[in-house]
Design a protein around this ligand. Sequence first.
Ligand code: PMP
Length: 419
Amino acid sequence: TDAGFQSETLSMDPPAIAPERDLMSKFDGLIAERQALIDTGVIDPFAIVMDQVKSPTEAVIAGRDTILLGTYNYMGMTFDPDVIAAGHAALDQFGSGTNGSRMLNGTFRDHMDAEAALRDFYGMTGAIVFSTGYMANLGMISTLAAKGEYVILDADSHASIYDGCAQGNAEIVRFRHNSVEDLDKRLGRLPKEPAKLVVLEGVYSMLGDVAPLKEMVAVAKKHGAMVLSDEAHSMGFYGPNGRGVYEDQGLEGDVDFVVGTFSKSVGTVGGFCVSNHPKFEAIRLACRPYIFTASLPPSVVATAAASIRKLMTAHDKRAQLWANARQLHGGLTAMGFRLGTKLPDSAIVAVILDDQEQAVAMWQTLLEDGLYVNMARPPATPAGTYLLRCSLCAEHTTAQIDAVLAKFAAAGRAVGAIG
Ligand code: PMP
């Protein structure tokens, strides 16, 4: 196999079973689409392999030193020595896995410690750790809102929020992305009596735009709805304590549930929900994605706890991350690229391209020049857009971002994205 790429070709060989009864036939379109892309001679953007990771900002891909600008390692915690030491110690003391659900044999000392760290970080009374952020949304949304109740969500919500709706039995209502007016209108049309959950995100991960949470939470309260905010892309660097956009917009005490992940700023894997609701602990008794799956390995929750505690005082890293976002956003704007936001509102800078062909060509040119960014396309992106999504890390140096900008200038000219 080629180092740096997952090189399996997808088979189109006829199966033993009749095509109309072959459950795999439904993927023929996808297989053909992928093959057509590969046949044009491009590298598959969704099959990258990191052969070696040297730091939060550097890896070796296909034998080449590459700057990483497409990870969610916002605070650069993955190589923090204290975080790694905590993981090693837990691995040595507790072994490699728990072999069970949190409900049964899968709650170890460090699961409790990670929840304690979350309560401290958020200043909240309740914290529940899930196995991923995806499962935190799946579990919280499907468990909170029951039959006859309502979930009201932003049209551009993350897949895990949509899947939480699909898993539950509540009525689902969507409002136009980031539109306070549409949220108000849709809530106003619903019957008054049933309980309602409004689900928002602090930062939307495709364009890197921030929600007007203050206005939205006020509208939700006016209609008697509870609020869940997914702060996956804001933890660690928004608000005085790095709690997220809701803290930055002065909404402490106004958001009923905050969902987050360990896979971004925390630098490991896992998900969570925190809340001050006095009955919050009851979620553990009813939430299927909490109960019917194995808990995280002890080394993972130990690294999470160590990382979360360090994030509480990571003021210099926060400042550096914002400086990096401004440098990249300013540089790309000056070159004439179309970006997802007018201002550097978040640590995500999305470069919007004309079509798939231009996006893939630009993505590959950058990769061959030693820069990895995320290629994003529909259905993950809003409004049929093709994006090269850059996410910054507090550990990127000014010199690295200068190098990134030079690579963007060259690649952008090569594919005709800029003049
Ligand atoms: N919510 C949002 C907004 C996300 O972007 C993501 C992951 N990209 C998740 C939840 C899921 O997090 P995890 O990776 O921990 O499953």
